[in-house]
Design a protein around this ligand. Sequence first.
Ligand SMILES: C[S@@+](CC[C@H](N)C(=O)[O-])C[C@H]1O[C@@H](n2cnc3c(N)ncnc32)[C@H](O)[C@@H]1O
Length: 280
Amino acid sequence: MTTVDNEKERAFWNGAGGETWVRAQAQLDHMLAPLLEALLAGAAPARGERVLDLGCGCGASSLAAAERGAEVVGLDFSAPMIALAEQRAKAAPALALRFICEDATKAVFPTPFDHLISRFGGMFFADPVPAYGKLRSALVPGGRMTLLVWQAPKRNPWMSVVGQAVAPFLPLPAGGAPDPRAPGPFAFADPAYVTELLEAAGWESISLSPVERPLHLANTMEEALALQSQVGPLARVLRELEDTAREAALAAAREALTPHFTAEGLVLGAACHLVEARAP
Ligand SMILES: C[S@@+](CC[C@H](N)C(=O)[O-])C[C@H]1O[C@@H](n2cnc3c(N)ncnc32)[C@H](O)[C@@H]1O
């Protein structure tokens, strides 16, 4: 069931999505650094703890947990992102860190983990209840889960400022407004839904706490547009619009971003939930 259902996401992260994250890895890791710190502060991985990093991508959170002394397995089904993660891990051979390129709903682990962590890698399952049930069974009894997931787009100006500016130029997706719980970055925005699905997947002691941080996106407008053209709504503008419409949408994005430049560059707010739970 789930392996087949995750095919669309698997194809995306092995194609355009994965290539983009590999290309923009340094910029994205810089932008997301305050949120990685928040994840690690919440997760507090202990020395020797066996950690599974779900949807580890290019490996930033796996490296950071291993640097704190945990024994880390980074899991992701994106071949280009795992290739970069492995390359980065080679530069730190003393760390207890390895990567697996596989669908999280399909992977089999001979030894259970103490702790499942994720920075934005847990919202892409076509069928999240069985997926989280399977991940729970990969932990020891009493094992912990600590996930960072995005709150709603309107609570994330780092994305919504440009999103709102270019929306009038983009056609509505076929079939009307998308399902907010469909696999994607904002699928876990609703705390009640996340609690309900994790309960249904057999997790206990479930809690969500808000994490809000300013993010430094770029030093110049050109850098900002280059980043937003790769991940976020501007990427759709470049993909779907041509000539005059594209120029008009880009101009609207520039105008919307301009007031948010400070002496430190472009700084916009982000809001996430830190999701914590335990395996029974
Ligand atoms: C938004 S990216 C985040 C990457 C990384 N955690 C970071 O913060 O840089 C989401 C990641 O989840 C991975 N992913 C999504 N669904 C997955 C699945 N079913 N199995 C394994 N990895 C998955 C994607 O390949 C992608 O690397």
